[in-house]
Design a protein around this ligand. Structure first.
Ligand code: ADP
Length: 275
């Protein structure tokens, strides 16, 4: 069974903008998916479909084997948590704790359960000590972590994040990357949009490239070192691949991330030592 199945979905905004056009895609359970494409490609619109915030004009969506419709959207929100790009759209209660409690309470969890899941969620994003603070006193990065905790507290199978790294400082980005690794080891399916090709190439196992509401390509991280795909999706090569291109490395053998580059260098150094 796939976590997410999109079958020829299309979506048009009321002003006539066609944001998604006949898009078909399957995402297996446990996948780490990075969705990339230029501004206006339809990434946010697509992510908003995955927990029923938007319903496609045409086509169908299946989440963990269940058809997503206006009727089933509420139940499906238990399975799919969506972290918005701007935490101010998500974090609004009087205190951090109240904010994280909001979702589980809405789901009808008992007070005991709410306490346990909120404690765990705030702990996993490193925000427990801030639980009594009003969210508007927090930094952008801290609010982002609270927004993520609010979603984790609902214990979804699938976690969707719209540009989770944007506007975070380097340490904040590392913290979110570590959190995403942790979620993967907990068995969650993770789908995020990002402009950060370096992060996508080192974290994801599946890449989806979108442009003008359409799917350009989907596959492994090798798509990010395929110059044609990269040009079409208006991206650039990961910095480590660009370095190897400058060194006249073969197009077909470019490393996707630091680990791969280190292996290539290590092997070539060993070869030299042997000759
Ligand atoms: P991305 O997340 O890839 O930047 P979006 O999903 O935000 O792309 O936007 C896809 C297209 O839909 C763009 O052309 C954008 O201008 C348009 N769009 C987004 N939101 C609205 C809206 N509320 N009303 C009309 N058009 C919109």
């Amino acid at each position: 069974m796939n976590a997410i199945e999109l079958n020829e979905i299309s979506y048009e905004y009321t002003d006539g903008t066609k944001a998604i056009e006949t898009l078909t895609l399957n995402i297996p359970i446990g996948a780490k998916v990075a969705l990339l494409g230029p501004n206006g490609a339809g990434k946010s619109t697509l992510l908003h479909h995955l927990n029923g915030l938007k319903i496609p004009d045409e086509g169908s969506i299946t989440i963990m084997g269940e058809a997503l419709t206006k009727r089933s959207a509420k139940a499906i929100r238990r399975k799919v948590g969506l972290v918005f790009q701007d935490p101010d759209d998500q974090v609004f209660s009087g205190s951090v704790l109240e904010d994280v409690q909001f979702g589980p309470r809405n789901l009808g969890m008992s007070e005991e359960e709410i306490e346990a899941v909120c404690h765990a969620a705030l702990g996993s994003v490193g925000m427990l000590e801030f639980k009594k603070k009003p969210p508007f006193h927090l930094s952008y990065g801290q609010k982002k972590r609270v927004a993520i905790a609010g979603i984790l507290a609902m214990q979804p199978d699938i976690v969707i994040l719209d540009e989770p790294m944007s506007y975070l400082d380097p340490q904040g980005q590392d913290d979110v990357a570590a959190l995403l690794h942790g979620l993967h080891f907990m068995g969650k399916t993770i789908l995020l949009s990002t402009h950060d090709v370096n992060f996508a190439a080192s974290w994801a196992d599946t890449i989806i490239l979108m442009k003008e509401g359409r799917l350009l390509a989907s596959g492994g991280t090798e798509l990010l070192v395929d110059e044609e795909s990269v040009r079409e999706a208006e991206l650039h090569l990961p910095v480590i691949a660009r370095l190897f291109r400058m060194l006249n490395y073969e197009k077909e053998k470019l490393p996707r991330n630091e680990q791969e580059a280190a292996r290539i260098l290590f092997e070539s150094m060993n070869k030299e030592a042997l000759t």
